[in-house]
Design a protein around this ligand. Structure first.
Ligand code: ATP
Length: 308
């Protein structure tokens, strides 16, 4: 499944436009169902970002519609999960579909609250700080990009409507989309069409990446696309994402071999737990779950789907 309902991406990427975003939600019911549960603690301070280290400590979580095992017991979606992502590093989450990668990510910006355990950023429990400051600190890039029917400029500036033209252009350059925009007769004033229909998949992705460059968060959550873009687009998107992740603490739900191999740490998540953690070489040497998945997906029959 996709990481989050698309409109939630809009929400987390543009706290300033919270109300506007809510009005535009296609899955408003979902948000409204969750929003009341998640409130700022009275007098909550803003998150103070120092280095951007993230720690999941013994985290357990179940959706309201709980999973049951064959014997009828409740099985948490996240089950005593532990993870540390050092400041500025990239953690790649890998593992079978339904293992809990997206849910792990969704707990960080508090789209849902943990049932037990804690998630901390620089030692501050995410439940103890204001949501606005939390969501300002986190940028999201997901598979399904949400563009609205405005100009490219407006789409890039969505989270920071007061951004100057030069800031917008700088973000577009870093996202590898400026040159393309310049080829359009209307340039940054080009209207992208309903849900960005006048742009290709890779172009939309890069507009979304430009948005996050403009937002400049310390922490990044990336849900790497499973569907292939054409080669040129693919390379441009990959390059832009790598640039975006540089110097930011990043969690990526990884599907690409290049992403997995270049991550500082890989964690295999299965049935809501981290079952293995290490670099590619370490995990291959261990010849455990990761090595098995790796061979299944990237060697031999490439059709074997791992996490899509
Ligand atoms: P995939 O690679 O297929 O996206 P994943 O590893 O990201 O999978 P999750 O999407 O986190 O796994 O799903 C973990 C479990 O939680 C699955 O059993 C899934 O069906 C369930 N789940 C995910 N989102 C919801 C939701 N909004 N409501 C109820 N159950 C959910």
């Amino acid at each position: 499944i996709s990481l989050f309902a698309t409109p939630i991406e809009t929400l987390v990427n543009s706290t300033e436009l919270f109300q506007k975003a809510i009005a535009g939600f296609r899955r408003m019911d979902e948000v409204l169902r969750h929003a009341p549960d998640i409130a700022d603690a009275p007098g909550a301070p803003d998150l103070v970002l120092e280095r951007g280290e993230i720690t999941y400590r013994d985290v357990c979580f179940s959706y309201e519609t709980r999973e049951r095992t064959d014997t009828g017991e409740e099985r948490p979606v996240i089950d005593h999960l532990n993870l540390t992502i050092r400041a500025g590093e990239t953690l790649a989450l890998v593992g079978p579909s339904g293992g809990g990668k997206s849910t792990t990510c969704a707990l960080l910006p508090r789209f849902y609250d943990v049932d037990a355990g804690t998630i901390e950023i620089d030692g501050q429990d995410v439940r103890d700080v204001t949501q606005e400051s939390l969501r300002k600190a986190i940028g999201l890039v997901q598979q399904d990009v949400y563009l609205f029917d405005g100009t490219i400029r407006e789409n890039i500036a969505y989270g920071r409507p007061r951004a100057s033209d030069s800031e917008i252009e700088q973000a577009a350059r870093r996202a590898n989309i400026h040159t393309f925009i310049e080829t359009l007769p209307e340039g940054y004033n080009t209207v992208v069409g309903e849900r960005g229909s006048r742009l290709s998949g890779g172009q939309k992705q890069r507009v979304a990446i430009a948005r996050v460059f403009l937002k400049d968060p310390s922490i990044l959550i990336l849900d790497e696309a499973t569907s292939a873009l054409d080669n040129e687009s693919e390379a441009a998107v990959q390059e832009a994402l790598a640039e975006l992740a540089r110097g930011r603490t990043t969690i990526v739900i990884a599907h690409r071999l290049s992403t997995i191999r270049s991550a500082d740490v890989i964690a295999t998540v299965e049935q809501g737990r981290v079952v293995e953690q290490g670099t590619h070489d370490e995990l291959m040497a261990r010849d455990g779950t990761y090595a098995r998945y790796y061979r299944m997906q990237f060697e031999g029959d490439r059709a074997a789907a791992w996490a899509c």
